[in-house]
Design a protein around this ligand. Sequence first.
Ligand code: URA
Length: 439
Amino acid sequence: MLAQEIIRIKRDGQTLARSHIDAFVRGLVDGSWSEGQAAALAMAMYLKGMSRTETVDLTQAMTHSGRVMDWRAAHLHGPLLDKHSTGGVGDKVSLMLAPIVAACGGVVPMISGRGLGHTGGTLDKLASIPGYNTAPDVATLHRALQSAGCAIIGQTAELAPADRRLYGIRDVTATVESVPLITASILSKKLAAGLQGLVMDVKVGNGAFADSLAMATTLAESLVQVANSAGLPTRAWLTDMNQVLGSACGNALEVQEAVNFLTDQWREPRLLEVTRTLSAELLVMGGLAADDAQALQQVDAALDSGRALEQFARMVTALGGPADFCQRPGHYLPQAPVQLPVLAPHDGFVAAVATRDIGLAVVELGGGRRQASDTIDTRVGFSQFAQLGQAVQAGELLAVVHAADANAAERACRTLPGFLQITPQAPVGSPVLIRRLLA
Ligand code: URA
């Protein structure tokens, strides 16, 4: 069928058949659909919506638009598990979760992305480790999974190529924020990675793509239902993103926080809660623990025994990083030349955090991209970030700015206090774990 006929069906609010969706996805990959035609259908899908069946069909067609990973040759011993977050500020959970799950017997081939808009990306964080290769050849990837049980790498050219083209088109045609399109985009890559279990961390709050509970719930339900219908057992958690997760945001700073977390130097309680819960969810899904309580015990044991740190260290080494990275992270991670404290202007409690603006402030410092082709400065960002509800006195530390030069540091010091609301009354606390969605 002609592309324009398929576009017309969706434009008129009717349902696309699997054959229409297959033709669209084929056209994305072989170039027979023009940019304009793909954009027109994406906009029609955005405006008219998609049924669950259409979304499953699109997900499956995009999954099979490239290579579906086959792990048989890798001789891996354990269920293939992964976690995916819809994106936040300071979200470094993957860096700890992958080695924790590996230490408990799972295998985590985690295909991660770069930062998007104001949100950080795991690949950008790992780029701050000298020598770490996020695009290994197949043999290296298999060796990393065999020795470490986890490998956090980037998307390969063969993985869901239809999504890559469609995502590029959506990015410049205001069609990113569509639940069915986001669902198909995320899940096609996860299905193509050949996983046996997935947990989705759907962030909700002023630093997330979904700022309302209703929107996050709609997205989480779509992800869980479509993934399970497409053959990938999936659960989801809605988690809070109304403040920086953990104490640091910025690439190298977050890797340092992750290593501190794994070495038990300090674990920010909210970050710990999200990491433990999502890791435990995967252990139950993978049949590695009988129930939640046992899974949490296993997670704690993996952390406290140092086994999770060991798996992280093995992953870094197997993918080309320094063998003693975890012993001397400060020696290897790049450090910003200028570090300035941001101080509380008056006494009170931290009552609100403009989380998205903080993510954008990291981009402004050079820690994220304004354009896809930009290179990032992995050294910059904020550390020792004050938490919601924290009591502060005038002149007390709210955060430390890490910047490439004095001008950038001073600019960030001037703007940051405007992103933190300090009130005389303590705010009502809110949980970091909001809701769990089972299949
Ligand atoms: N992440 C993706 O991979 N795809 C989307 O559409 C949105 C976020």
